[in-house]
Design a protein around this ligand. Structure first.
Ligand code: PBG
Ligand code: ZN
Length: 336
């Protein structure tokens, strides 16, 4: 018999046959699958714009719109119905200033949207993105000093106010994406002091200075007016540094750590998971989404297959949670 023969004749043939046997039996193939992708792993980001009526398409992110509050509530309903457990809210305010005061306004866009979504869909987890860049006239993630550099320590106070305001509005989780040093500890203390000791912090801990954020900056209207974010975001060449950033955030009290972007940093996701054993979220960012949409629209790639393979690979790398603009499509495809 061929199987027997290969077992005896060649030490290599038997293991190969065994692998093929597992793959050839569909039910067994499913049973032994190492990584599962489910709608319940996903988080859908939403862009909510003050003063907007209806929806406004985002040119570089086909299929993603800026939403009014009522559209966001409707969208959140569809997301929840698809089994996606959480949304991540970004706000586009009607007014920007030097400090980004719209970020901690109790009647600000994210605060209003949080209240509306929580009320309409109490089961859906609302994560508030916490940063100043959508609210500052200069587009940087913190307060600027006279010389144009970001003032780390002065920014912390403003971020703390924002976290408390978001929690007060009902945000279940706050997600600081600014990358200022020491922010997680400051936010934790501020939340605890204001009675929000149970509000978790999902920290963008390993956030790289990435060209993949391009479409997002159009979506959120947060392109820096001058300079770039390399003083506070990480060098894409550095994996060890990512671990140091993550460790600091965990020591300061981060409950979940985020690696961002996802695909060019799968190795970082794996290392963060292995070395911290913390809950890890990966952010499959705007540029990653835009590439897939453009290639699919040109007929170069099969969008459904690419998206499911991509999201599975991010999970396989070690992410417990995948934040992705593909969330709704993926959840639909996973049902069929
Ligand atoms: C900034 C922020 C960025 C993203 C979310 N919050 C990037 C940046 O402009 O530096 C990117 C998300 C995406 O590209 O999808 N606080
Ligand atoms: Zn920012």
């Amino acid at each position: 018999m061929a199987g027997e023969a290969s077992y005896h004749v060649s030490g290599m043939a038997f293991p190969q046959t065994r692998l093929r046997r597992l793959r050839a039996t569909p039910v067994l193939r499913d049973l032994v699958r190492e990584t599962r992708l489910d709608a319940s792993d996903l988080v859908m980001p939403l862009f909510i714009e003050a003063g907007l009526s209806g929806r406004e398409p985002i040119r570089s992110m086909p299929g993603v719109d800026r939403l009014s509050i009522s559209e966001a509530v409707a969208e959140a309903g569809e997301i929840a119905a698809l089994g996606i457990p959480a949304v991540l809210l970004f706000g586009i305010p009607s007014h920007k200033d030097e400090e980004g005061s719209g970020a901690w306004d109790d009647e600000g866009i994210v605060q209003l949207a949080t209240r509306a979504i929580r009320e309409a869909h109490p089961g859906l987890l609302v994560i508030a993105d916490l940063c100043l860049c959508e609210y500052t006239s200069h587009g940087h993630c913190g307060l600027l000093r006279a010389d144009g550099a970001v003032d780390n320590d002065a920014s912390l106070e403003l971020l703390a106010r924002t976290a408390v305001s978001q929690a007060r509005a009902g945000a279940d989780v706050v997600a600081p994406s600014d990358m200022m040093d020491g922010r997680v500890g400051v936010l934790r203390a501020a939340l605890d002091e204001e009675g929000f000791g149970d509000t978790p912090i999902m920290a963008y801990s390993a956030k790289f200075a990435s060209a993949f954020f391009g479409p997002f900056r159009e979506a959120a209207d947060s392109t820096p007016a001058f300079g770039d974010r390399r003083a506070y975001q990480m060098d894409p060449a550095n994996g060890d540094e990512a671990l140091r950033e993550v460790r600091l955030d965990v020591e300061e009290g981060a409950d979940v750590v985020i690696v961002k972007p996802a695909l060019p940093y799968l190795d970082v996701i794996r290392r963060v998971k292995d070395e911290t054993r913390m809950p890890v979220a990966a952010y499959n960012v705007s540029g990653e989404y835009a590439m897939v949409k453009a290639a699919a629209a040109a007929g170069y790639l099969d969008e459904r297959a690419i998206v499911l393979e991509t999201l599975t690979s991010i999970r396989r790398a070690g992410a417990d949670i995948v934040i992705t603009y593909h969330a709704k499509d993926a959840a639909q495809w996973l049902q069929t």
